[in-house]
Design a protein. Sequence first.
Length: 250
Amino acid sequence: MSTSKSAGIKRHDAYGNFWMDMTKATSTETDTATIPSGVALSTTYNAGADGAAESDGDKVGPAHAAIMLATFAIIFPLGAVLLRFLESVKIHGIVQSAGVLAALGGVGLGIYLSKMYHHSKDVTSGHQVFGLVLFVLLFLQWGIGFYHHLRFRKHKRPTIYGKIHLFAGPAIVLGGIINGFTGFNFSGDPKNNVYYGIAVGIILAVVLVLLVWKRWSTRRQNKMGSILESEESQEDSYGLNLIRGSHNTI
């Protein structure tokens, strides 16, 4: 809110209806018609408010931003982390499907929000176009992942769809996060990019640490398993040589 007379108005704080009797503004006597002056300029009985003004909280914009932040910075990365830690494709699919549905709701709110402002009603800005492209790619990514899972269950071997799904997922998530910055610029609130950047940075740092730690832990376990197998093989070989040696002695 600003009291500056030169400030740009993005949206009014309140809205309502008013009435006005336009017949009182006409006169058949053109020679005697004059412009009101004095008290008449600030006092009128021919117009007034029609009911009380209603406050406009502008909740659609923040809701759109919150849903998209939760979708691309929390839900989708969470699905990737759970896949690595729980090794459950089913849980991974459920979480990512929930993310797709959340994105659907966020895009719907974004389109509804676009119709509220003159600068966005034509849906031609970079943020809007890129967002819709990402949304289409998101559905394709979900479909490719599902199809890969069906093929893998049937043939028990990796598919090209799995490789596409593996690399396209992080790229789409990164694109969604970047589009969040353009969204705040487009909405006229670029200062929110600072808070958005901090939140996204913390979340992605935690996700990256978890994924790196899991990868390191898995490699360490595999290495330890290989060492144990090698030691067991050597012990078996040593025992077999002892038996053979005892037979030769006899």
